[in-house]
Design a protein around this ligand. Structure first.
Ligand SMILES: *Cc1c(COP(=O)(O)O)cnc(C)c1O
Length: 405
């Protein structure tokens, strides 16, 4: 790994300034423990931000998903529906519970779970005598899913929704704030997320009892007694008071981070849209599968549908080699790497992962296509204008070189 200052990272941490104050306070009070003032304060901040009744700070987003599944009573032999186009942490906790994931492909407008396929899967599984225990919905790259439609399907069959909002803090659609709906929601504060505690997560709900139960399970399920007594299986999933101090400082700059990430996206869009091909080529390059993505000359951006607000955690592009004169997303990634700039392919869908290939999945080809054509560009909230220009100039040059060959 290259730790030099010259390297441009995909999504590095960005401290606001107050984080150390909260940590120092914990040191001064010698409260170097799980739980404490910072944890309480951070949970309060999260509740207020999402309008949720209760939030529990935990050790990771993955731990929060695991707890959410336990709270939905998911156990051995159960089936849980999960978005296929996501990071593996959305799905792994299903396996921790001895349950089986059923993967659902994405629709092309938001790149998240296709509501039609979701209903098809539920009906199909019910016909086979197994009703899915929960639905794990993801807002990938910060773009909210088709929340109304998903909630309608979930409600029709009375299946709880777990909202994986790990990438979507600060995003919203209509009146739904990401992290603010569904039976349970989770956030991640991993180092690459829109705010970070270096590692951490949160579990949120409007049902106070559920979150209190989650907190209990996250602290080794210790019964009330002077000695250590346990009648249930617990976990060590609580967030430490030091780490929560970073979280309190980060909450103060969350909105600024969203603004900066959206500005990155706007910059890339402006700089790369329509760089290359001639007007007549523009007429012929409608790619039906991605009408919602918005066109530019061989480079496609994910558009915000009306009523949607994405935090633009990562700016993603689709590169169609049929329109760029053969330049692929891989060509661009390698050219960027050569200039010490980190970029990354989109998430490889779970139904294509060796770990999950044998699982039941309902697909339409969308996420596979996205994985084939997509690239995540450097998107940090601390990315400077000079750095963004460096990225854009490498991409432009890669496109141009092939054109003049
Ligand atoms: C980061 C992430 C997670 C997991 O969060 P951790 O805090 O790293 O455990 C889960 N789901 C998605 C979609 C993520 O991007």
């Amino acid at each position: 790994m290259d730790y030099s200052a010259n390297r441009i990272y995909l999504s590095p941490p960005h401290m606001g300034g107050q984080e150390e104050h909260y940590i120092r306070d914990a040191f001064n009070k010698n409260w170097i423990a799980p739980m404490g003032e910072n944890v309480d304060g951070f949970e309060q901040d999260l509740q207020e931000y999402t309008n949720r009744n209760e939030a529990a700070a935990v050790s990771s987003g993955t731990a929060a998903i695991h707890l959410a599944l336990i709270l939905c009573d998911v156990g051995l032999g159960d089936e849980v529906i999960c978005q296929s186009f996501t990071f593996t942490a959305s799905a792994n906790p299903i396996r921790y519970q001895g349950a089986t994931p059923i993967f659902i492909d994405s629709e092309p407008v938001t790149w998240n779970m296709d509501p039609q396929l979701l209903e098809k899967a539920i009906l199909d599984r019910m016909e086979k005598g197994v009703k899915p225990k929960a639905i794990i919905l993801v807002h990938l790259y910060g773009m909210p899913a088709k929340v109304d439609r998903i909630l309608a399907v979930a409600g029709k069959y009375d299946i709880p929704v777990i909202e994986d909002a790990a990438e979507a803090m600060g995003s919203a659609v209509e009146h739904y704030k990401c992290g603010g709906f569904g039976l349970l929601s989770i956030f991640s504060f991993n180092g690459n997320k829109i705010i970070t505690t270096s590692g951490g997560g949160a579990l949120l709900s409007d049902d106070r009892r559920l979150i209190r139960k989650g907190r209990f399970l996250a602290t080794q399920a210790r019964d009330e007694a002077p000695h250590y007594q346990h009648s249930q299986l617990g976990y060590n999933y609580r967030m430490s008071n030091i780490v929560a101090g970073i979280g309190r400082g980060q909450m103060q700059v969350l909105d600024e981070h969203v603004k900066a990430r959206r500005a990155n996206h706007a910059f890339y869009f402006e700089q790369l849209e329509g760089v290359w091909l001639e007007e007549e080529t523009l007429q012929t390059m409608q790619t039906p599968a991605f009408t919602g993505a918005g066109t530019s000359k061989g480079i496609y951006f994910l558009r915000e549908p009306a009523g949607y607000f994405s935090n633009r955690w990562l700016t993603t592009i689709l590169v169609n080699p049929e329109e760029t004169g053969g330049v692929t997303a891989t060509d661009i990634r390698l050219a960027l790497e050569e200039k010490n700039i980190e970029s990354r392919p989109l998430w490889k869908p779970m139904h294509l992962q060796p770990l999950y290939r044998s699982c039941k999945h309902y697909e339409n080809g969308v996420s596979e296509k996205l994985f084939e054509l997509g690239l995540c560009l450097p998107s940090g909230s601390n990315l400077s204008n000079r750095e963004r220009l460096r990225v854009v100039s490498v991409i432009r040059k890669t496109l141009r070189d092939v054109h003049y060959e």
